[in-house]
Ligand binder design. Sequence first.
Ligand code: HEC
Ligand code: HEC
Ligand code: HEC
Ligand code: HEC
Length: 427
Amino acid sequence: MINKKILSAGIAVVILLVLVVGARVWLFQPEDQIKGVSIPEGVHDPAEWGKFYPLEYRSYLKNREMAPSPTGFGGSEKVQKALMEPANLMNFKGYGFSKDYTEDRGHPYAVEDLRETKRVTPKTTGACMTCKTAQLGDIFREKGWAYAKMPLAELLPLLKHPITCSNCHDPKTMNLRVMNPAFIEAMAKRGIDVSKASNKEMRSYVCGQCHVEYYFEPETFHVVFPWGKGLQPEQIYDYYAAKPAGFVQDWVHPDSQTKMIKAQHPDFETWSTGTHGMAGVACADCHMPFMRDGGRKYSSHWVTSPMRTVEASCRTCHTQTEAWLLSRVKTTQGHVWDMQRRAGTTVSQAHEAIARAAAAADVKGEELDKARELLRRAQWYWDIVSAENSMGFHNPSQVLNTLGRSVDLAHQAIATANRATVGAGRK
Ligand code: HEC
Ligand code: HEC
Ligand code: HEC
Ligand code: HEC
């Protein structure tokens, strides 16, 4: 009898618990999931998605706002980087980045900025649109990697939508997804099956499909992430040094005659070994924080500087004041900016020193080649920091180490170039 009573009381408690937990889960679910809407694949206009997800859509529209960042670095305005760092002009001489290289702005501008950049020439291939549009999925399904080799001029008229909802969401389930085949392939080579990733991992992977270093394979223009040896600056350099698929250089510097590699925005790589990346803090934790509108909790889709939303982006974990956090970020960035300019300037002096040495009569060619290799490496270490978007915040100690190496290698390049002319007369 007693046992039965205890049993039925136990069952009653369990049922009550299930009801309470169930009600809580059901009641506190975002409206959208309850509606169970399903947008067909191939619809890329964010306004169409916005009809079902108004809060996310409204915050996405804020990506069109243009303003300087609270730190004074980065920001959402399209300004030429060379105005702040004149060494860019010398270091990228002979390459498109010396003509046009602007600060990044919001996702809705991606296609417009691709159309307008002076870096695009009649020879530019389709590979360049990989990270600019939600239509990549449709184009890849239709053409496979062949799109990468097509002239960009042929694809541009087809591009009606920049980076929008479908870049990151499966329209049927609204689950996060990765669209860029280059990311899926690069992760597979590292033994990671992206289709099995956890939601937490996807909160960074959706960004990692574009905010990374990459190159185009010669001939095919297949987009490849150079991660075969690891994600650190020296490991990526070593990967390139092995001339993958015959890839040697992006361009030859006209003054120093050095075979150069251009680094591209390695935000994902830099973050991955930084304080926050190692602690499992995802890109979206800071750049897409949870907000509230009335009783509704949603992810901000205004993907910009988290220092505009310190309360929601940082104070979920940090107990310090907003002012303290802003000042810590600015201190880190100030140190990195100072070293970055020193490195950039020393690298440009190395281009000059090698050009001067090469003009000398009886210059020792072997020494000069050594100087060029030192310079190539020095510029890589400067550029991989300079091209990263957080001015060091994503990984302060690694970034300062990388810049230190750059300065050291650039000085070695200058000394080696000078040695190459010792005993040689002037032409
Ligand atoms: C750059 C990638 C990206 C883009 C573009 C994007 N989202 Fe999201 N979205 C996310 C991430 C990350 C989350 C958080 C998901 C999680 O943790 O489960 C999210 C969450 C959501 C959610 C779930 C509820 C919430 O707010 O957390 C909805 C609904 C949503 N997004 C709608 C949209 C709509 C509509 C658009 C286009 C206007 C869009 N998203 C564009 C990355 C993106
Ligand atoms: C499909 C490729 C793609 C994806 C996915 C993507 N980005 Fe971007 N992102 C870009 C490009 C391209 C730009 C520069 C656009 C321009 O300047 O025209 C950019 C710009 C930005 C900016 C600068 C905005 C500003 O206000 O200055 C931030 C911050 C950013 N992305 C963070 C993220 C985060 C965080 C994620 C993941 C949640 C993400 N991005 C996903 C390609 C992408
Ligand atoms: C711990 C928080 C945090 C995480 C995690 C984080 N970021 Fe950032 N990110 C920042 C801060 C802070 C800045 C500097 C903003 C400024 O100077 O205003 C920044 C800057 C950026 C910028 C440049 C914004 C601009 O104004 O031009 C981009 C792009 C970016 N992050 C992308 C990413 C990506 C991609 C990831 C994940 C791989 C990531 N971030 C992870 C905090 C974070
Ligand atoms: C999800 C939790 C989380 C969020 C969100 C977060 N942080 Fe952190 N942060 C950490 C952890 C964990 C550490 C390392 C341990 C510690 O110092 O407490 C850290 C360390 C730091 C440090 C010292 C180490 C370094 O790399 O300089 C600073 C500064 C910092 N965070 C600033 C920020 C700012 C600014 C934001 C918002 C843009 C932010 N954090 C968002 C968890 C977070």
